[in-house]
Design a protein around this ligand. Sequence first.
Ligand code: KIV
Length: 275
Amino acid sequence: MSTTTKTSKTEHRITVRSLERFKSANQPITMMTAYDFCFAQLFDRAGIDVLLVGDSLANVVQGRETTLPVTCEEMIYHTKMVSRGASRSLVVADMPFGSYQGALTEGVQNAIALVKEGGAHAVKLEGGRSMHEVIARIVGAEIPVMGHVGLTPQSVHKMGGYRVQGRGITGRERIIEDARAVQEAGAFAVVLEGVPQDLAAAITDELVIPTIGIGAGVECDGQVLVMHDLLGLNEGAPSFVKQYARLGAETLKATRNFIDEVRERKFPDPEHSYE
Ligand code: KIV
């Protein structure tokens, strides 16, 4: 079978190489989370570069306190839906807590499952120096890896809460070393979360691979937001979030209108009924 034939589905696909080129051309990379077919299709049509099937689905889809309970099966289930909706965007699936911190072979197998069963083009995992070996092994299995350093939600108990990382000389040096380790291990990009903007700028300047920031200032090579925060579906979003829509309020309004019209026997009217 020829491997050079391009199908219409892959012709304009954003790839890990595209992100490399974006960094060289100083073209900011856009990334958003998505967890299902409907939103993935909309974000893809809007032109988002990367769709992240984030383990943040624990919070915004499953209503959990932390991302820790998410399983590989759940990530695969959501990744399948997002992959079906994405014809142009690069689909990156988060490796959930416990799926890569143990035996190296288990980490590689779980990454393979996200690609093979879920249809992801790449995986993301949290951690820096301590994850060097597993990143290298997954890359060695031909799967592109996106790193994630700084505020890593899977380390919530070790960090003592969700707090900005990389403050002070030692904290700063630790995050720089984590970012270097991720690059050195072969990752194609790295998420910088919850770090001071000057630190994110310094890392972005030093690394060859693109940095994608969340709560890390404007100097990163790209930006990512959780879709529920960006679309205003969440109440009480963190201060670094900008809400580009108020879909939560719109949903309440539409639902209340429906309730009122049903109770007043205004819906369905003749236009919405069969003869
Ligand atoms: O799970 C997630 O949504 C993430 C982003 C916040 C980067 O990791």
